[in-house]
Ligand binder design. Structure first.
Ligand code: 9D3
Length: 241
């Protein structure tokens, strides 16, 4: 699954240029019995299976050993789980300071709690919806992290320019042709007035965030000029309806 990162896109380029290193460990490799068992029935009964502590402890130890050989020590173990705190951009910025990470991905109903108590330092969820395991969430985390590493993104779409970095959704984008299906590009974008363009873009970003993600506006604390632009956006909306 993780080849989606190492074989495609900017995360591939960064991997090949050794901006980051990555290795996936299959817990089955660390099972102790002939059947390579890594899950068992839950104590107390109920549906599904629980991942056994022992193969995961061995897998984490193997990851630690490899990291030590590469000069990385004390990397925290991050468990991707629906019970974790919701992963935010600020968490990625925080994880970026670390020299290494060990990401633990669950399958089945979850992981034996004793393994979590012994080994896990942090827990993250990627959203309030049910997935079938922690691998895709781990890949989301890694993708978000890798693009923040120095040199991974070009100057043009540098991480500093991300709209989430300033707590707003992006403004609308347009490219050629200037008329498509009888719809024109907003005139201001063809005007060449860079101050009017950035004002229009901020207004659109504020308006869309207000419409689609009022939760972001509530925590953002708008400046006077931003409040003014958002009011203009609302007035423009009333005019159109
Ligand atoms: C349907 C099973 N659920 C029983 C009430 C619990 C459950 C266990 C394991 C639900 C999902 C999963 C697998 N998910 C993850 O490992 C996971 C996840 C997710 O499902 N949503 C959002 N973030 C994450 S991070 C890891």
């Amino acid at each position: 699954m993780f080849e989606a990162l190492t074989r495609y896109g900017v995360t591939r380029r960064a991997f090949e240029q050794e901006v980051y290193d990555f290795k996936a460990w299959n817990p089955r490799q660390f099972a102790e019995d002939a059947y390579k068992t890594i899950d068992d029935r839950p104590y107390g009964g109920g549906p599904g299976m629980v991942m056994m502590a022992q193969p995961l402890e061995k897998a984490i130890a193997a990851a630690r050993n490899r990291q030590s050989s590469l000069g990385v020590n004390d990397a925290p173990v991050v468990y991707l789980t629906p019970q974790g705190r919701l992963l935010k951009q600020a968490d990625l910025a925080d994880l970026l300071k670390l020299d290494g990470l060990i990401l633990l991905c669950g399958r089945y109903e979850g992981v034996d709690e004793r393994l979590i108590e012994k080994e896990v330092d942090r827990e993250y969820s990627v959203g309030d919806y049910v997935l079938s395991g922690g691998e895709l969430p781990a890949m989301l985390l890694l993708d978000g992290l890798i693009r923040l590493l120095p040199g991974v993104l070009g100057d043009a779409d540098s991480a500093a320019q991300d709209s989430f970095a300033d707590g707003l959704l992006d403004y609308p984008h347009y490219t050629r042709p200037d008329v498509y299906n009888e719809r024109s590009v907003p005139e201001v974008l063809l005007s060449g007035h860079h101050d009017r363009i950035s004002r229009w873009r901020l207004k659109q970003a504020l308006g869309r965030t207000w419409l689609r993600r009022p939760d972001l506006i509530a925590v953002r604390e708008l400046g006077f000029k931003e409040q003014q632009l958002l009011n203009e956006f609302k007035q423009d909306m009333d005019k159109k309806e």
